[in-house]
Design a protein around this ligand. Structure first.
Ligand code: AMP
Length: 432
């Protein structure tokens, strides 16, 4: 037997429906904020991520799936979307008409060679947005609120929004110097990842999860003491606007996020399910000032966020946040004998073209077996016919919920079904 690869998983049947439900809702919310869909390639040049996301980021440094293609190009599977979206904006010169911001949303898989654990896969799905060409903090607030409102609409209560500001170039420069001073005589006793981060991106040390390192990090200088006057004012403006929108937040000075391109505001949505399982952050994002330029475009700033669909689905499962998503089948056709299959095929085709979901029992089973199959398929009605019905040009239509059954004339089938389904829908709305 050939198994699914480590760190990957099949999303099938009911679970796939849940993923679609989440993705569709997120897309709807993005459209409420006037975002437009972008579908960029899964494979990109390796250089895009090295330059865009940064060599210091874990996902680039050690988690990328990279290979040489037959033309000797160094290719990577995308570990995140933002760099590709920005590349696409730059390649397609979407900035040329000078109408900002450019608002992009995306949905699809990313690949990271991570150590598989709860909430962490090597192929996982993300929904996200990028708002590019922004020159004031209201766009940061709008992006944060989009994520917050989307989680509310999915049914989440008690979302914890963690937020921090990495400040502008001047603030981070000074802060890096202070961190360097602080860690330089402690780094030898810290983990290998921290040693690496010390040289490549010292801010990421703050994100370390090793307990003995956490103790050291507790006493490190705080970014809030190094923000320039401008950066401080902007962060205060963002926080005030979030309060005005009734968005609860908690400032976390150690929040730096895993990607190197962030400057200014960074944030994360956290939530612990009622089963107390920790799946990590549901999503997060931040503001970036240099990414567009880094990828060869003009000097534009942007802000974005991404949610992990796997994590959303796991938490929603734990907390029973999914409504009844069972796929219903409108009609299950049950021909008595094999000689009626041809007719069943024609009717099923006709009904499907008229918008009904239909399945046919071509398995030549006894009646009770056929009803069991109908039940397993969540069918609402069974359409039954045999010799008598063919002779009289009729069908038997059985409501599988009420078990009520009626005889319908051949040429009135669609009319009758339309009537019944309209009635059913009214009842459904009434019950809700
Ligand atoms: P990031 O792109 O690292 O900012 O992550 C954004 C969101 O994507 C996270 O909050 C998670 O929900 C999700 N995510 C990131 N990495 C993984 C992974 N390996 N497996 C599942 N979800 C992930």
């Amino acid at each position: 037997m050939i198994s699914v690869l480590k760190g990957t998983h099949d999303v099938i049947l009911d679970e796939a429906r849940k993923y679609s439900y989440i993705e569709e809702l997120l897309v709807k919310v993005a459209e409420l904020y006037n975002y437009k869909e972008f579908r960029t390639p899964i494979i990109e040049s390796n250089e895009l991520f090295v330059r865009g996301v940064g060599e210091g980021a874990d996902i680039v440094r050690k988690e990328m799936y990279t290979f040489l293609d037959k033309g000797n190009r160094l290719i990577s599977l995308r570990p995140e979307f933002t760099a590709g979206i920005i590349r696409s904006i730059v390649n397609n010169k979407l900035y040329a008409i000078n109408d900002f911001p450019i608002k992009a949303f995306y949905v699809g898989p990313n690949f990271r060679y991570e150590r598989p654990q709860q909430g962490r896969y090597r192929q996982f799905n993300q929904f996200g947005i990028e708002c590019v060409g922004v020159d004031n903090f209201y766009r940061d607030v709008e992006v944060i609120s989009l994520g917050y409102n989307a989680l509310k609409l999915l049914g989440f209560n008690n979302i914890k929004l963690k937020i921090n500001s990495l400040g502008d170039a001047e603030s981070t420069k000074n802060y890096r110097i202070a961190l360097n001073e602080f860690f330089k005589d402690k780094i030898d006793s810290m983990c290998d990842d921290c040693k690496d981060r010390f040289n490549k991106n010292i801010l990421r040390i703050l994100d370390c999860k090793v307990p003995s390192d956490i103790e050291i990090i507790k006493n490190a200088p705080k970014i809030s003491d190094y923000l320039s006057e401008n950066a401080k004012k902007e962060f205060e403006d963002v926080l005030k606007s979030l309060s005005d929108l009734n968005i609860d937040y908690e400032i976390d000075n150690n929040l730096v996020r895993g990607l190197d391109y962030y400057t200014g505001v960074v944030f994360e949505y956290q939530y612990t399910s009622s089963l107390n399982k920790n799946y990590g952050a549901l999503g997060g994002g931040g503001h970036y000032s240099n990414l567009v330029k880094e990828i060869g475009g003009p000097d534009l700033e942007g802000v974005g966020l991404a949610f992990g669909i796997e994590r959303l689905a796991s938490v929603m499962n734990d907390d029973n946040l999914f409504d009844d998503l069972n796929q219903k089948l409108d009609i299950y056709i049950m021909p008595f004998e094999q000689k009626y299959y041809e007719k069943a095929l024609k009717i099923s085709n006709y009904l499907r073209l008229n918008g009904y979901s239909v399945d046919v029992c071509y398995e030549n089973k006894g009646f009770s077996q056929m009803f069991k199959k109908a039940e397993r398929r969540n069918a609402l009605f069974a359409l039954i016919f045999g010799e008598n019905e063919i002779e009289n040009k009729t069908f038997v239509l059985k409501n599988l919920k009420t078990t009520e059954q009626i005889v319908i004339k051949d040429n009135e089938l669609l009319e009758k079904l339309d009537e019944l389904f309209e009635l059913n829908e009214d009842e459904h709305e009434h019950n809700n």
